[in-house]
Ligand binder design. Sequence first.
Ligand SMILES: Nc1nc2c(ncn2[C@@H]2O[C@H](COP(=O)(O)OP(=O)(O)OP(=O)(O)O)[C@@H](O)[C@H]2O)c(=O)[nH]1
Ligand SMILES: [Mg+2]
Length: 481
Amino acid sequence: MSAFTQKTNPENDPFYDFMRPPADETPAQMTARLKREADAQRISDTIDEDIKRDRAQQRKSRKELRILLLGQGESGKSTTLKNFRMQYARDAWEQERTGWRAVIQLNIIRSIILILQIMEAEMSGNGAFEGDEDEIEIIPRRHRDSNSSGADAFTDKHRMLLIRLAPLRGVEADLKRRLGAGAEPVHPSAPMSATPFDDPAPVPSPKRSPEFFVRSWTDAIDPTADHDSSTITLMTCKDDMQALWTDSAVQLALDRRKVQLSDTAGFFLDDLDRIATRSYTATDDDIVRARLRTVGIQEYLLRISDGFSLRGNDNYWTWKLYDVGGCRTMRAAWVPFFENTDVIIFLCPVSCFDERLDEDARVNRLEDSTLLWRSICSSKLLTKTQLILFLNKCDLLKRKLKRGIKVKSFLPSYGDRPNEVIPVVKYLREKYKEIQKQHSPEPRVSYIYTTTVTDTTATAKTLHSIRDRVLRENLVTSNLV
Ligand SMILES: Nc1nc2c(ncn2[C@@H]2O[C@H](COP(=O)(O)OP(=O)(O)OP(=O)(O)O)[C@@H](O)[C@H]2O)c(=O)[nH]1
Ligand SMILES: [Mg+2]
């Protein structure tokens, strides 16, 4: 087994007596024994390394690469995967297009229900509000002024909107039922680990209740499903949804509670005219922006041409991409996938410096991401794995800094550097590069990209560059060139 099972008590080891040194061991005998043990360990490590290298070599001679997408929840792993599939698995991508409509409808309803909840809380003078038992996403992460209330700002018009939009809750339940063919509940207080290598430990229940998710897209995205009743309700509610979203009292309430709805995952309220129609078909951009949380680990196959070999099928490689759930309750499940992983694409959302984790509100998101990056860089299991870092969500960072949020207030080490995108990204790039350099068991090349993976055109260029670099490196190490 791996190095991560070391924490067991040696007294429980059935071989403990056998391994225990003799009671009357002299210092000279002890030195000799320790040397023997160290030699044996070295030989065992070398054999393990040889086996690993042979396996990697075999996979490479079959032109197969394993690529793992890692990073905290909402860092953009599935969105990166979507970009890969859009570029390199176009047929499957097209087949799933119709099915994304239901996910996007659900994203819209989630945003509306959040606004309704906030409005209800404000009307009743409650500082805080609770979502439904299995409520989804978007309970604000940042600090709220819980004493403020705008009850007076709301009128009969708002009460009427509450009533008229109530049918959306039924549509939400219906869509969840249909989409949730592969769903299983995630216990909100399930044991968590900050890195995949820590023993999971229970933490207090998170403030937010769990977000909707499905275990696999292919279960959820059913292009043949008839979602007409949801579409009709959305069409009927469209004007009211727009009236709610553009209402000034609502906007003020969202501001008071520091809910930046347009920056949240799966935001489509500015696109209602286009989406709440019977003929709506999800565009590539819509699919990339749609939010569906990942649970467990999902495998996707891509066939990617290396563009080097001359003969027909000879130039195709199979890339096995693994998309994982990034929340702390799911990180322990990553470890079995580390063995034989050729490449890790790690996503750090640079806009998250002022946010807390959904699953543990005590933890700053950037701190969490940095800790995770360090653990991945230092892992002995991943010594030979090529690490590619995406400093992602640069668009959101730009918007946040423009609103005047100061990086220094959350990251004192940032000091008096300019509160602008380029210096912030440069600072984080250097920090992450330094961590990689300091903690990697062996020197490794650093591949760092600044990304906004919802920008499909820019991301296509990044992915082509990665394809070329990864293939070149693996062609060289497998002596195929
Ligand atoms: N504006 C913006 N949104 C992004 C970016 N990257 C991802 N998102 C959005 O952020 C949300 C979360 O992204 P996902 O790809 O689902 O995150 P994930 O890492 O797979 O999250 P888990 O499955 O929970 O581990 C989605 O709605 C994306 O559209 C980005 O660079 N900019
Ligand atoms: Mg995901």
